[in-house]
Write a protein that binds this ligand. Structure first.
Ligand SMILES: Nc1ncnc2c1ncn2[C@@H]1O[C@H](COP(=O)(O)OP(=O)(O)OP(=O)(O)O)[C@@H](O)[C@H]1O
Ligand SMILES: [Mg+2]
Length: 626
């Protein structure tokens, strides 16, 4: 539903001060007329009728149908507030819109009485009707040249497009075009990326080949190196083993010498102890000889004492006789001989001992010499042992170093193969990306084709909707023609296209079929009054079409100065048509006219009277049958 319930205006154009009007709710035909008491010669002109419609329109859209905004609508000479408050029904809701001028503000009050400041866009969202659509459905302004049929073909289509929201399809088509160009440049970028990747893949492939060759060379060199190192290890190992063997021999010999030396030493000790024994024996015998010699001296002393002995024997006290004396001396001499024999024997023993000692001494010297010789050999051998041990050590060291080098050479990473593996990963990644990119291009290209199709597809839809809507409009208009006294007249919309075969619609012209002529007649060929009837038929049709498309049930319509150029019959036909329309559609149809119209079917008359204080509203309800 779309209806205007009441209006309050203050200091709006010719309406000085505050004025209120509650629109009648009963469907029917209403007249809005005027009285100009200020300039009486003007009659109903300049009274403020259009200003009232302007107020309705201004409250909704912020400007008048004639394009007045801001300061132009404030009553001349007035500095205080200027506003229009409008209550409307949209769908199941009632809104009160308040628009003020200086300061400018727009407020919306909902059914619950909550009001809030809103923007023009918010308001359009609520009331659903854009200004142009409003002007071709709810309110026909007093601007003949702006009426639908008067427009140039292109303008007609533009307006039609705008009202029917057909630009939506053009926007979609433009959007599709824009998307298509975005996708095209995306594809171009992707192709560039593919070329770059192809270049990269080529470089990588070449590098991989090079690395493989170099890696293989490295392996060949490694084999050779390993071979020569193994040979060196073998040689070094053999040489070390030989040296170790030499050392063992040396050590064995040295140990043998040690054993021999110890044996010689023992032998030397044995010889020394034997010499010592011989020395002891000799000393003993020498002592015995000395003792015996001393005994001989004692005996000799005894002899001499005996020789000198006279008188009695001191021992036996017998007188000493010469014979006894001689006997005793001879006994002693005999004893001396015995002792001397013993001494001689002892001396012989000493000689034999000395001989033995000499022999021993020679043996000892010989043994010592031999021992010294052996010791010297031992020491020399020890020096050799130390030297060979050193050699063995350095050989072992060299061998272990060689083995280490061999191990290292065996385990050394092939740097070319390492790099090869890394590059291979990159190569495979590039390859994968390349494939993905190609797949993506294929997919995007499909999308592009689809979108490209829709660039014209949406235009086709628009054309289809245009044709369908025009067809509906044709029916609507033709229905009204009969009522307007143009019996057997028929209008037809001729669509101008870019090409003969179809394509983009450029605009449309109105052709009128009349019984008197076989050929359709152009709009421009008709007289002022005829045109006005046709205009009204067009306007009524258009209004129905718009409201039908928006799904709004129209409850109120205003037609400003429709009687212009119409004959009395014309005016009657117009009034009948509108009256019938009001009854059929249960609408309140307001016609604004400066002429005093004598018509019996008005449901009410609102008179705008302008006096020295400005315009005033006076409503008179007309009861049925009056
Ligand atoms: N800002 C304003 N302040 C005061 N008066 C204004 C203002 N703007 C226009 N007017 C006057 O208001 C009067 C009413 O004009 P309006 O267009 O409403 O008349 P109308 O009744 O529709 O006349 P017509 O039958 O000629 O169409 C005119 O005389 C006009 O000059
Ligand atoms: Mg007017």
């Amino acid at each position: 539903m779309f209806d205007i319930v009441w209006i309050e205006l203050k200091n709006f154009k010719s309406f000085y001060g505050t004025h209120e009007f509650e629109f009648p709710d009963t469907p029917g035909l209403y007249l809005l007329t005027g009285k100009n008491l200020v300039q009486k010669r003007l009659g109903a002109n300049g009274a403020g009728k259009t200003s009232l419609l302007d107020a309705v329109y201004w409250a909704l859209y912020g400007h008048t149908p004639g394009g007045l905004r801001a300061g132009d609508i404030r009553s001349w000479g007035v500095t205080n507030e200027c506003y229009v408050q409008l209550a409307i029904d949209v769908g199941n809701h009632q809104f009160v819109i308040t628009r003020t001028q200086t300061p400018n503000s727009l407020t919306l009050e909902n059914d619950a009485g909550e009001s809030q400041l809103i923007t023009q866009e918010d308001l359009i969202d609520k009331i659903l009707l854009e200004d142009t659509a409003f002007l071709h459905s709810a309110m026909t302004a007093q601007l003949a040249e702006a009426m639908f049929f008067d427009l140039k073909p292109t303008m007609k289509l533009n307006l039609f497009s705008q009202i029917m929201n057909l630009d939506f399809w053009l926007d979609r088509s433009d959007h599709a075009k824009h998307e298509a160009s975005k996708i095209e440049s995306l594809i171009q970028n992707k192709n560039e990326a593919i070329n770059y990747m192809k270049g990269e893949r080529k470089v990588l492939s070449k590098s991989l080949d090079d690395l493989e060759v170099r890696g293989d060379e490295f392996e060949v060199n490694r084999k050779q190196k390993l071979k020569s190192l193994k040979k060196e290890v073998k040689q070094s190992s053999t040489s070390t083993d030989w040296q170790l063997h030499q050392l063992e021999i040396l050590l064995a010999s040295r140990d043998d010498l040690g054993v021999s030396h110890r044996e010689l030493h023992k032998q030397g000790e044995k010889l020394s102890s034997e010499s010592a024994k011989l020395h002891n024996s000799k000393s003993e015998v020498d002592g015995e000889i000395t003792f015996l010699q001393r005994r001989i001296g004692y005996i000799k002393e005894s002899i001499s004492q005996l020789k000198n002995l006279q008188g009695k024997c001191p021992v036996c006290k017998q007188a000493i006789t010469v014979s006894h004396k001689n006997k005793e001396i001879n006994n002693l001499l005999e004893k001396i001989k015995d002792v001397e024999i013993t001494i001689n024997k002892k001396c012989e023993l000493v000689d034999s001992l000395v001989l033995k000692l000499d022999k021993k001494s020679v043996e000892e010297k010989k043994a010592k010499k031999e021992r010294d010789k052996l010791l010297a050999s031992y020491q020399r051998m020890q020096i050799d042992v130390v030297k060979v041990k050193g050699d063995v050590n350095s050989k072992e060291q060299a061998l272990s170093e060689l083995k280490q080098r061999l191990k290292e050479a065996e385990n050394e990473e092939n740097p070319y193969y390492v790099l090869f593996d890394k590059l291979l990963i990159r190569f495979e990644k590039t390859e994968k990306k390349l494939k993905a990119q190609k797949r993506s291009i294929l997919k995007i290209t499909e999308t592009l084709e689809m979108i490209k199709y829709w660039v014209s597809g949406f235009k086709q839809i628009r054309l289809f909707v245009v044709e369908e809507a025009l067809h509906q409009l044709e029916l609507e208009v033709n229905n009204n023609l009969i009522q307007l006294g143009l019996t057997n007249w028929r209008i037809e919309f001729d669509i101008e296209r870019e090409t003969k075969s179809g394509g983009v619609t450029m605009g449309f012209t109105v052709l009128i079929h009349v019984p008197e002529n076989d050929e359709p007649v152009k709009w421009e060929a008709w007289s002022g009054g005829e045109k006005q009837r046709l205009r009204l038929a067009g306007t009524l049709g258009m209004s129905n079409l718009i409201m039908d498309r928006l799904g709004l049930h129209q409850r109120v319509e205003f037609y400003d100065e429709l009687s212009k150029a119409l004959s009395i019959e014309g005016i009657e036909d117009m009034l009948d048509t509108l009256h019938e329309r009001a009854e059929l559609t249960k609408r309140k149809i307001w016609i604004v006219d400066h002429q005093a119209i004598d018509y019996g079917n008005f449901s009410g008359v609102l008179t705008v009277t302008k006096d020295k204080d400005g315009s005033h509203l006076n409503y008179a309800k007309i009861d049925e049958g009056e």
